[in-house]
Design a protein around this ligand. Structure first.
Ligand code: FAD
Ligand code: NAI
Length: 476
């Protein structure tokens, strides 16, 4: 006899676990099925984000930033620290502790909200009497669950590079890059995307020589050009990453004690020999084991589950959210889709605006943006105005010793409505929230310019950029 629920969520990442909690809050009997196991073979909720993504990467970024600051920045404050050392084992222990704590937190939230939690791989079997049948397999055992609604939140996997085997010993994906227990003397990274730059920064700050090989001719092509240019300067000159754009990877040989990457740059054959190689060339949606074909769940040519604007699939009462569907592969996008689907099942009319989803790259300085880039506005023929302001003279930034960066506000030339905000600088990840809220409320740059911002604070640079958009900057 199978257990019966109103809602079954397949996948316990930030999309799935949040959808399950919200569904339960709305009064549905809910189960969440998740297959993730940690390196000790134990179930660990939270998906890619918590186990091998957002959270551990930010933990290592902070540890490495602290190490770097002690060595390079503290002297300016009159602090000298002799014999600075980093204990990589302790750093990994801290990171793993954060994962364990947060995973236990999700399990607690499931209990609190009465979400049933089943560990194993969920497979859609079929539909009978208005109920979907799901088979969950784990360790050779199977159990059946039935549910009126199914929310698929099975996430994504690293995109493989043809002909290259990730062994997570020498050739690493995100999981391997987050678990290195020694600082490699020479680290290669394929892909100057978000993972490549974040993980490259971590290991560079800890002492590795890092070379990043990127296929695209332009650096961070999705980022506002002005900000991307500034980021390139800081990441190469200050962080010390060696970044080659426009490379064509030839062969990768995982030898006895080194990895050799043969590639072409500006028509010339090149070779990079490294101790470890991270491959981070994007991610692909994960529908393995779901039996999508068997039940007729529509998948597009790139492997994404096809959904409408409300995340409904082609099958009745089957929904899909997060990395496994179109849109940015971001944890907060997955979670907000999860909430929206649960509320739609409850008959509500939630709405998610993709144009106001913020992006953050947690390099030093951080890069964050929301809305349109200047190159997008140009391409779309939109008449816009802009205001920029730097952190260099901001009192708080000076106090923090973090004066690099710029805020750029783009607004409609006619209405002054904010169309995009682009930030590179300290705490850009936090500063962008004001821009998101402003855009959600269709604010004008004048609205933000007339709001009182605390002094001294980094947010004054956002304020100043809005004043500059109206040609009345006070400090520019
Ligand atoms: P996932 O988090 O991938 O979760 C899917 C879950 O479903 C997994 O636990 C998986 O085991 C399980 N599963 C899969 N198939 C089945 C099945 N058939 N049955 C049962 N369970 C199944 N995003 C940000 O917004 N900010 C960041 O800072 C950030 N940093 C990142 C850093 C790295 C290194 C990586 C790799 C990603 C990062 N991301 C970040 C992206 C973010 O992790 C994803 O966008 C997010 O995890 C997607 O959530 P999801 O719920 O769709 O899927
Ligand atoms: P990405 O899409 O950000 O970057 C991949 C890069 O690899 C691109 O620049 C691409 O041009 C390049 N590339 C592709 N094929 C290549 C090849 N054959 N040779 C050389 N370069 C090649 O993907 P990434 O970094 O793997 O991250 C995956 C996703 O995870 C991101 O798109 C993002 O959605 C999410 N993520 C988000 C983070 C955040 O929000 N801070 C942090 C890390 C990941």
């Amino acid at each position: 006899m199978s257990q019966s629920f109103d809602v079954a969520v397949i996948g316990g990442g930030p999309g799935g676990y949040v959808a399950a909690i919200r569904a339960a809050q709305l009064g549905f009997s809910t189960v969440c099925v998740d297959a993730f196991k940690n390196p000790q073979g134990k179930p660990s909720l939270g998906g890619t984000c918590l186990n091998v993504g957002c959270i551990p990467s930010k933990a290592l970024l902070q540890s490495s930033e602290n190490y770097h600051a002690v060595q390079h920045d503290f002297a300016d404050h009159g602090i000298t620290v002799a014999n600075t050392q980093i204990d990589i084992g302790k750093m990994l222990e801290r990171k793993n502790g954060i994962i364990t704590k947060n995973a236990a937190g999700i399990a607690f939230l499931f209990k609190k909200n009465k979400v049933a939690n089943v560990h194993g791989l969920g497979k859609l079997v079929g539909r009978q009497n208005e109920k979907w049948l799901i088979e969950v397999s784990e360790g050779g055992e199977t159990q059946q669950i039935e549910a009126t609604h199914v929310i698929v939140a099975t996430g994504s996997n690293p995109r493989p590079l043809p002909g290259v085997e990730v062994d997570n010993v020498r050739v690493l994906d995100n999981a391997g890059a987050l678990a290195l227990d020694q600082i490699p003397a020479r680290l290669g990274v394929i892909g100057a995307g978000v993972i490549g730059l974040e993980m490259g920064s971590v290991w560079k700050r800890l002492g590795a020589e890092v070379t990043v090989l990127e296929a695209m001719p332009t650096f961070l092509a999705a980022v506002d050009e002005q900000i991307a240019k500034e980021a390139h300067k800081y990441l190469t000159k200050d962080t010390g990453l060696v970044i080659h754009n426009g490379v064509k990877i030839g062969s990768i040989e995982n030898g006895a004690d080194a990895v050799t990457v043969k590639y072409e740059l500006n028509g010339e054959a090149q070779e990079l020999v490294v101790d470890k190689l991270i491959v981070a060339i994007g991610r692909v949606p994960n529908t393995a084991g779901l039996n999508a074909e068997g039940v007729g769940l529509q998948i597009d040519e790139r492997g994404f589950i096809v959904v409408d604007d409300h995340c409904h699939t082609n099958l009745p009462n089957v929904w899909a959210i997060g990395d496994v569907v179109r849109g940015p592969m971001l944890a907060h996008k997955a979670s907000d889709e999860g909430v929206a689907v649960a509320e739609r099942i409850a008959g509500q009319k939630p709405h998610l605006d993709f144009n106001t989803i913020p992006w953050v790259i947690y390099t030093h300085p951080e890069i964050a943006w929301v809305g349109k880039t200047e190159q997008q506005l140009k391409a779309e023929g939109v008449d816009y105005k802009k205001g920029t302001s730097g952190f260099a003279a901001n009192g708080r930034a000076l106090g923090l010793g973090m004066t690099q960066g710029t805020v750029k506000v783009l607004a409609c030339a006619k209405t002054d409505r904010i169309l995009g905000v682009h930030i590179i600088g300290p705490m850009a990840s936090e500063l962008v929230a004001e821009a998101v809220a402003a855009m959600e409320f269709s604010a004008s740059s004048e609205d933000l310019a007339r709001i009182v911002h605390a002094h001294p604070s980094l947010s004054e640079v956002v304020h100043e950029a809005c004043l500059a958009a109206d040609k009345r900057a006070l400090h520019g």
